[in-house]
Structures are given as C-alpha cells and as structure tokens.
Design a protein around this ligand. Sequence first.
Ligand code: ADP
Ligand code: MG
Length: 289
Amino acid sequence: MITSDPHLRARTLVEALPYIRRFHDEIIVIKYGGNVLSDAGSSLTELAEDVALMRSVGMRPVIVHGGGPQIDDLADRLGLVPSFVDGLRVTDAAMLEVVRMALLGAVNPAIVTALGCQGAAAVGLSGADSSLAMASRISTDLGFVGSINRVQTGVVAELVQAGVIPVVASLGVETGGQLLNVNADSFASALAVALGAAKLIFLTNISGLLAEIDDPDSLIAQAAVDQVQGLIDNGKIRGGMIPKVTAALDASMGGVERVHLIDGTVPHSLLLELLTDEGVGTMIVGGSR
Ligand code: ADP
Ligand code: MG
C-alpha cells in the first residue's frame, strides 16, 4: 500500500530499522510454494523485489522452491496423471523426469532470472549440486520420493557469504547418485537448520494455518506442537499443509528461532513479515531441542 502522506511513509521506513539491524548478516530461508508462482507472473516480480531488498539491506536470503502446479501442468501435457499420499507426490521414473524438467528447466531459472532483473546476484542449484542434500527413499509406495538425511552446506554457505542468493530446487540425491523428489517444505526446513538460519518463512497460497480450512477467520496466529498434532489427528490439516506444518515444527525444534507461514499471494507479504510490527500469517512455536 503506497500512502501519499510523507510522514507515514517515513514512519514505515523508520519502523523497519530495528528489523534490518536484527537480521543484518543473518541467513533467512524462504520457501517459495509453486502455488504462489502459478497465480500470476507479477507475484514472481514482487518476490524478487522483496528478496533483492532484503539482500540490499544486508540480510542473507536463501530460496528453496517447489513447483507442484508446474509439475502437474507438464505431467498433464505428457499424459501422466499425478497422485498424492498425505500431500506427497507419488513419483515413478516417468514422473521423476517430469519433476526434473519442471523444476530445473522452468521454475528454477524463472526465479533466478527474476532476481537478476532486480539487480540481485542469484545462482540456481538443486540438492544434487555439490551433494547439498543427501536423501533416501521414504517408502516403496511413493517411488522416487526422498527425505533428506544429510545437508552438506559447503557451496551454499560460500555463495551466501559471497553475497549471492542461492535458489535451490527441492531435489535430493541418494548415495548411489539417484535423484529423489523431496517435498520442498521439508527441504527448506532441513536447509534452514543446517545453515543456522535466523528465520524460515514459508510463502504459500493461504493466509496461514487455519483451524477450520473453510473459515478464513480461523487463522491460528501462533501454533505449538501439541495443537498442530491435534489438528492433524482430527483431519483439520490436509494435503500439502501436512508436510508444511511438519517441516515448520522440525525447523523450530532444530533451532530456527522464527518460523512463519504467510500468504505469498498478498503483494510484498514477505517485507511486511520481515520489516514491520504487523503480525502476518502463522508463527510456529516448537521450542528448542
Ligand atoms: P505450497 O505450494 O505452498 O506448498 P500446498 O498446496 O502444498 O502449497 O499447501 C497449502 C494448502 O494446504 C492450502 O492451499 C490449503 O488448501 C491446504 N490446507 C489443508 N489444510 C489446511 C489448514 N488447516 N489450514 C490452511 N491450509 C490448509
Ligand atoms: Mg506443498
């Protein structure tokens, strides 16, 4: 929202100062949901503006992205039918190929390019680059779907130190070299923990965690472990929100002090979350290990 009142505009900038100071030099991992990307091209530009601004004021952003809708779209054009178990994509060899094409061929370069257009140096990677995310298969039913068991931060940490923004596609690699499809939320969580991030922000297509999915007024501003488990057990958290809240809790318990779920379809929600006193979305409170 642009106000014409110069005092208000100045106040907004001054309000940002303590946050800029607090997060100066800190790593902030941003998980960018494919659902945000698919909404409109403009949201990609806004994301890039926000992330470029973060970098300009001395924060060290790292982006992890999925690409659910883009994968579905390509699968559809190739005549493959997607299926999911508890929010995770069943991935046979053909679907893995589609996942690779969509993430590494389309989504990743789109984000990197958008950042470049905002003057930010960004480099695209996947979990296979420099063996960043070592993973193993979750179950035979899910096929080539992995969970991360080791993060080797080397190259990403060096990029971050050099002021470059790593943009990481959520693919992991098995010891034998097989690529695995890793849910981007759990990827972001594992990376945030390994990098010692000060903050992890999940940008999604909904205002946050809702107690009743059909009631937008039921936003949970602060969610703790017990409450989240209760909501999962009662079937109140479904689909892609299951791996998301699980990943958020893992990060919180792994030492990431601030974990937030926010609506990435709201223009500049990332900046509002980072730089203003206004609370947006859901903050996950997991306690420390
Ligand atoms: P992303 O691309 O950001 O990972 P997902 O589709 O995987 O998005 O997950 C977000 C979706 O989870 C929401 O759009 C919503 O439909 C669904 N969801 C299920 N249960 C809930 C809940 N209790 N609160 C909010 N969203 C929920
Ligand atoms: Mg998802």
